[in-house]
Design a protein around this ligand. Structure first.
Ligand code: GLA
Length: 668
């Protein structure tokens, strides 16, 4: 990227050409540097099969180029034209219930359909040939948000592709039968042709089959991404190819972004603030940290978010003044090389006409537009941060596949919730002003060793190898904090042999004799001499310490008298285990001690809900301070620096007005 990216999805095909000229003039006024074009333009550029009409796209790309605005050019393969479905109705995806989704919306794609794959490759090639070397094209945007709204298709073509995928993975039917545990409920397969997708079954379907189907569906979509990417690499050498992710446990649960991030030239992400959520800025930061983490710490780009209300949420709650800038700059603080929006100009027609935009229906005499112009200027003033990397203090383990597995039916309590625990532990770290990287549990212990503290909020599926990594991390001196219902099953959703938590018994120095799920609304208390009593709900366990010391014990409930929170000294490090669902204060109490073990000093001098994050690079360190409260705040500064949004010198402390953002280039 040559500049910090600022702009949005631009859909000029929805407007007469005279509006385009107004658009580019306004883009210049707002300091727009790049727009995403053509995401839904297949029907425009290929009105009939094999017949291309690039007239309008040529003029749009040319106009943007003449005005110095970069083009993030999309392959339009998320919405094949109506003519395509007329010729190939079999390319429409089928739900698990056996219902075929129809044309008339978007994303109705069976990723295993040969007709779709061929047509998508053709239109990608045509675009690459025409625009691959066009100087306006700064990035390629393949497809749109793989994984939403539909990833898994259950049609016959997909069934055949699934069988091929299984043969490659397992080679023999014996291996498949063993992995899926088909001896249970008499499901043994004697011929590959007997195997079908996990369609609707009278009662719970084989969980290992379901887990593999999710993996298979992701691989099918990824193969389609790769096909388009490779065509663009061939025809447009040197131009980065991306596809917009939805890295947020709140917004997309179908894609394993650890795997996908390895396939793109730059990670880009779409994030929509859950407007109604209390302290929604915390989950925004979590999504941004997770995005940076799948990118391996490298700079990434926020490709979509909203200027204000989002029409697909139950209530399209408008952002408060200053909130859009705070949201944007929070992403930037956590590694984004700019801030882009859906979309440039609010649509008059269609399903998203009540979605906010950079140019709202109210036009330019509006708060949103004034803030859009101001944000453009702010990003202009931050140009020098490009290429710097966010500095993390601690790590959190996250694995999409474990989340998928945990969400399947008939777990020991329907209140177990991977996402909820990940968010709760992340929030507890956020409240201690600790910036978190996320790590895949398969990460090499040598890399894990970079973090003094590693939190495992919910890792139901933990492979043997991951368990060994975590053990090596602790033995090498790390401080590990593991929350309940982690380490239970292997990659096939089979319980590890022996007592729970099979993959983590050794590192935690304990076994779990019995799960003790709590009744709805039941609470338990855990106590410890000289420590505050804490409250848990949802879950308890009969824990048997086997090397670990008991720090908090259950004082009531089904596990009364037994260990509730334990600490295991192992090698040069420490492993904590928390066997109940603690609330905010409880998590903080455990973290306070774990942070002390990890040598992380408290940051009590930083005000609550004032987010302080650093980006650092060869040429300096930048401190971002975002005040999410309604009161002016002061952030202590070691030394002095220059505030980039206002230009003034600051020393000793930084004043951050209520709702405001400050960015300081630190001296030295
Ligand atoms: C997604 C899509 C966009 C648009 C926005 C609306 O992120 O990529 O096309 O639908 O949602 O929030």
């Amino acid at each position: 990227m040559v500049r910090l990216a600022y702009g949005g999805d631009y859909n000029p095909e929805q407007w007469p050409e005279e509006v385009w000229h107004e658009d580019v003039a306004l883009m210049r006024e707002a300091g727009v540097t790049m727009v995403s074009v053509g995401i839904f333009s297949w029907a425009m550029i290929e009105p009939r099969e094999g017949e291309y009409d690039f007239g309008r796209l040529d003029r749009i790309v040319g106009l943007l180029h003449d005005n110095g605005i970069g083009v993030d050019l999309a392959t339009p393969t998320v919405v094949p034209p109506a003519w395509f479905y007329r010729a190939h109705p079999e390319a429409l995806p089928v739900s698990r219930e056996g219902v075929r989704w129809e044309f008339g919306s978007r994303g109705a794609i069976c990723h295993n359909s040969p007709a779709y794959q061929e047509a998508a490759a053709r239109v990608t090639r045509a675009l690459g040939e025409r625009y691959g070397k066009h100087p306006a094209v700064t990035m390629w945007h393949v497809h749109n948000e793989y994984g939403v709204p539909v990833l898994e298709c259950y049609c016959e073509t997909s069934a055949a592709a699934f069988r091929r995928w299984l043969r490659e993975r397992y080679t023999t039917l014996d291996a498949l039968n063993a992995a899926w545990g088909t001896a249970f409920w008499g499901q043994t397969y004697h011929d590959w042709e007997e195997i079908a997708p996990p369609r609707l079954t009278p009662t719970v379907c084989n969980p290992a089959q379901r887990l593999d189907y999710r993996r298979f569906a992701g691989d099918s979509a990824l193969a389609n991404f790769r096909r388009e990417r490779d065509i663009l690499h061939e025809l447009s050498p040197g131009v980065p190819v991306t596809t917009n992710f939805m890295v947020s446990p709140t917004q997309c649960d179908t894609i394993d972004y650890w795997a996908w991030a390895r396939e793109v030239d730059i990670v880009t992400n779409d994030h929509y603030l859950v407007a109604e959520e209390d302290r929604n800025h915390v989950n925004l930061s979590m999504a941004a940290d997770l995005t940076r983490s799948v990118a391996g710490g490298a700079p990434w780009l926020l490709l979509e978010h909203s200027t204000s209300g989002v029409n697909w949420q139950p209530r399209g709650i408008a952002k408060r003044p200053g909130e859009m800038a705070r949201n944007s700059l929070a992403h930037v603080a956590r590694g984004s090389e700019g801030a882009m929006f859906f979309q440039w100009r609010a649509s008059r027609a269609g399903a998203e006409k009540f979605h906010s935009a950079m140019v709202p229906h109210a036009g330019t005499d509006s708060r949103v537009w004034r803030e859009v112009v101001e944000l453009g200027a702010h990003l202009g003033a931050l140009e020098e941060i490009r290429g710097t990397r966010t500095v993390a203090d601690v790590a959190v383990a996250w694995d999409w596949q474990s989340w998928w597995a945990q969400k399947l039916e008939w777990r020991p309590s329907e209140d177990l919730d991977t996402r909820e625990r990940a968010e709760a532990w992340y929030a507890a770290l956020f409240d201690r002003h600790l910036t978190a990287d996320f790590v895949h549990p398969g990460t090499d212990p040598a890399r894990l060793a970079e973090y003094p503290l590693l939190v495992v909020p919910a890792l139901y599926l933990t492979t043997k190898a991951a368990g060994e990594n975590l053990r090596a991390y602790v033995e090498g001196g790390g401080t590990l904090v593991v929350s309940y219902f982690s380490g239970i099953v292997d990659e096939h959703d089979a319980v590890h042999p022996g007592p729970h938590p099979g993959a983590l018994r050794d590192v935690l120095g304990l076994t779990v004799e019995e799960f003790q799920p709590l009744r709805k609304d039941q609470k338990v208390t855990v106590g410890a001499a000289g420590r505050p009593a804490l409250e848990g709900d949802v879950w308890a366990e009969t824990v048997v310490a086997r090397g670990a010391e008991t720090v908090w014990s259950y004082t009531d409930g089904p596990a009364a008298g037994g260990p509730a929170v334990t600490r295991h000294r192992l090698g040069r490090g420490t492993a904590w285990y928390v066997s109940t669902r603690l609330g905010r204060d409880g998590l903080d109490a455990v973290l306070a001690e774990a942070c002390a073990d990890a040598g992380l000093a408290p940051r009590d001098e930083l005000p609550h809900d004032v987010e302080v994050v650093r980006r650092s690079g060869e040429h300096g360190t930048y401190l971002f301070a975002l005040n999410h409260t309604g009161a002016d705040a002061k952030v202590p500064l070691e030394g002095a620096g220059t505030e980039l949004l206002g230009g003034e010198r600051v020393a000793g402390h930084l004043a951050v007005p209520a709702g405001g953002v400050r960015v300081v280039r630190l001296d030295g």
